[in-house]
Design a protein around this ligand. Structure first.
Ligand code: X2X
Length: 337
């Protein structure tokens, strides 16, 4: 090696060791100081995984993207925060597809009653053609949806007054449902008396007996301490629910492509871990909730599904979503209507 070449190499090495810190120093710290809002307690896997996600994004972008998490409806109820997401007051938000359907009607199709028999069929649909179809509709509303939907889980009915063992027990039953036409329609078809209430007000609505019951996955019944104000839990598994990880379009487009790639990668990876955590919790929480005093029963879903069919629930929603979307759903669930 001659002296010239060695000098060149040494200079190059010095420059490359300088390059990274220099780039970091030049990169504007907190250039993208973004807010992420959600409706769940800090102890729910959604918030545990979101914290890891925000840390990983901050590290890999050298502080250029700094996502601050606002859990537990701190920035408002779901309906409020959806407006804030659209106006740009909030940059990121996780929202149930069913509530999002107030803006993007087809986004509730994943919540059709007794559609998915298990998680395998859920992820086949939501990571496949049905999920892609829904994300296209969300994009038309000028909102960005990340590829991987986060899990909420299969939902169970709780009550302060009685176990729900058969459809007859739901007759006139005062039940809180989230703000979504599909939820109201489904519990009306089951002849219950549903009231739309944002999650932010659910605990107090149950405590003050504005409603007798509600329905949510066990992970929420546990982390939101709904067992303190509910006595019975019926494992109805009546629908699956998930949270789309949404971004304000302008805030998203403001980030250069390389930052978008890093942010999307970490959000989707965190979502995959959250799915594992939630499925595990939902499978294992029955014992813990019984120990806390809840009485848990296992109703037969067949009678509920038959009642929905008899009431024309599936036919009505098939005509609302259209044959194409319905066919995408049935590809994973089997024939529904
Ligand atoms: O509002 C609910 O019940 C919740 C927390 O499950 C949703 O976000 C749909």
């Amino acid at each position: 090696m001659n002296i010239n070449r060695r000098t060149v190499l040494r200079t190059a090495a010095a420059a490359s060791t300088l390059a990274l810190p220099l780039r970091q120093a030049l990169a504007q710290k907190n250039a993208f100081n973004y807010k992420y809002a959600n409706n769940l307690p800090v102890s729910h896997p959604m918030n545990l995984r979101a914290k890891e996600m925000a840390d990983a994004i901050r590290a890999e972008t050298h502080g250029q993207v700094d996502i601050q998490i606002f859990p537990n409806n701190q920035l408002g109820s779901d309906t409020d925060v959806l407006s804030q997401l659209r106006s740009g007051g909030v940059e990121f938000f996780t929202l149930s597809g069913l509530i999002l359907s107030t803006l993007v009607p087809s986004a509730s199709i994943s919540g059709v009653g007794f559609a998915f028999p298990d998680y395998a069929s859920v992820w086949k649909a939501m990571d496949g053609d049905l999920g892609a179809h829904i994300r296209t509709q969300i994009a038309k509303a000028n909102i960005v949806a990340m590829d991987k939907i986060w899990d909420n889980g299969f939902r169970q009915i709780t009550s302060s007054s009685k176990p729900i063992a058969s459809p007859a027990d739901l007759k006139g039953f005062k039940i809180r449902v989230p703000v979504s036409p599909l939820w109201t329609s489904m519990f009306k078809a089951l002849e219950a008396a549903p009231t739309s209430i944002n999650f932010a007000e659910v605990y107090s609505a149950l405590q003050t007996k504005i409603v007798d019951g509600q329905e949510n996955p066990l992970a929420i019944i546990s982390t939101a301490k709904l067992y303190e104000v509910q006595k019975y839990c019926s494992m109805s598994n009546h629908m699956w629910d998930g949270f789309w990880f949404l971004a304000n379009r302008r805030a998203w487009d403001k980030m250069p492509a390389d930052l978008q790639t890093i942010v999307a990668k970490h959000i989707n990876a965190a979502g995959m871990r959250e799915r594992t955590d939630v499925a595990e919790l939902n499978a294992n929480l029955q014992k813990e909730l019984s120990a806390k005093g809840m009485q848990i029963n296992q109703p037969d879903p067949t009678a509920f599904r038959d009642q929905l069919r008899k009431a024309g629930f599936y036919a009505e929603w098939k005509s609302k979503y259209g044959d194409e979307a319905w066919a995408l759903l049935e590809r994973s669930t089997g024939k529904l209507a």
